[in-house]
Ligand binder design. Structure first.
Ligand SMILES: Cc1cc2nc3c(=O)[nH]c(=O)nc-3n(C[C@H](O)[C@H](O)[C@H](O)COP(=O)(O)O)c2cc1C
Length: 222
């Protein structure tokens, strides 16, 4: 009888120990998965205590990573806009279309000439859009490839605003040229910004780029 009781207690103790081991092992794994990006230095991290988004929804441009995000894009025929919207849906933050004072031609051939002329003149088309960069830590910056370069309004933007200390995550849509030399152009114009790896999408596949967008923003730490 006593033996049976002792055996029973022994079994119970064993069960409790096994249960405890399983509980703590599972808990540790869950915790280490909470921020899988912590060890990757190329990623966007939240090192600004003030930006911790403890009260969710209080600040619309603050994302789940605690970064204040602006998705700023220039787009004429909508491809870059589509990609910008995918980023916005995935990351959150503020979505702003960069608009110019002037209206670009809606005729494609005329637009080609107009854009080429602006490049030749190293023009700085005036911006209608104003932004307050103080409100942001991370700026997703999107544009179409125009003649192997950025549309000149992006140069106006980089001239007029100081992105020092900000993270710039560039994305481009194109007919196949990708970024051309534009990542270097951004780095040259904003030497004190941290320019991340960019995302290049072909214009014709912009509408089916959601998965690539999601992978990219995940790699950036969002
Ligand atoms: C003025 C102009 C110049 C362009 N130059 C290039 C080019 O050099 N290389 C390229 O791959 N695509 C070029 N394209 C195609 C655009 O980059 C592509 O269609 C882009 O997705 C358009 O973006 P959007 O719809 O956001 O305006 C050009 C388009 C325009 C209107």
């Amino acid at each position: 009888m006593n033996k049976k009781v002792i055996t029973l207690i022994g079994v119970l103790v064993l069960l409790v120990v096994i249960g405890g081991v399983i509980y703590f092992t599972t808990r540790d794994n869950t915790q280490s998965n909470e921020n899988p990006n912590q060890e990757n230095n190329n990623q966007v991290t939240n090192d600004n205590e003030e930006n911790n988004n403890e009260e969710e929804g209080e600040d619309n441009n603050t994302t789940s990573t605690g970064n204040r995000v602006l998705i700023l894009y220039f787009s004429m025929s909508g491809n870059t806009e589509t990609v910008a919207e995918f980023i916005h849906e995935e990351v959150g933050g503020d979505l702003v279309k960069l608009e110019t004072e002037k209206t670009y031609s809606s005729d494609y051939n005329d637009l080609l000439d107009e854009a080429q002329e602006e490049q030749r003149n190293n023009a700085r088309p005036a911006l209608k859009t104003t932004i307050n960069l103080d409100n942001y830590d991370v700026i997703f910056l999107g544009y179409p490839n125009w003649w192997g370069d950025m549309p000149m309004p992006i140069y106006t933007l980089l001239d007029e605003y100081d992105f020092s200390g900000k993270i710039i995550a560039p994305f481009v849509t194109s007919g196949g040229s990708g970024f051309s030399n534009t990542l270097s152009e951004i780095r040259n114009a904003e030497p004190n910004a941290n320019v991340t790896e960019g995302l290049s999408i072909s214009g014709s596949s912009a509408s089916s780029s959601r998965n690539r967008v999601n992978t990219w923003v995940e790699e950036l730490g969002f």
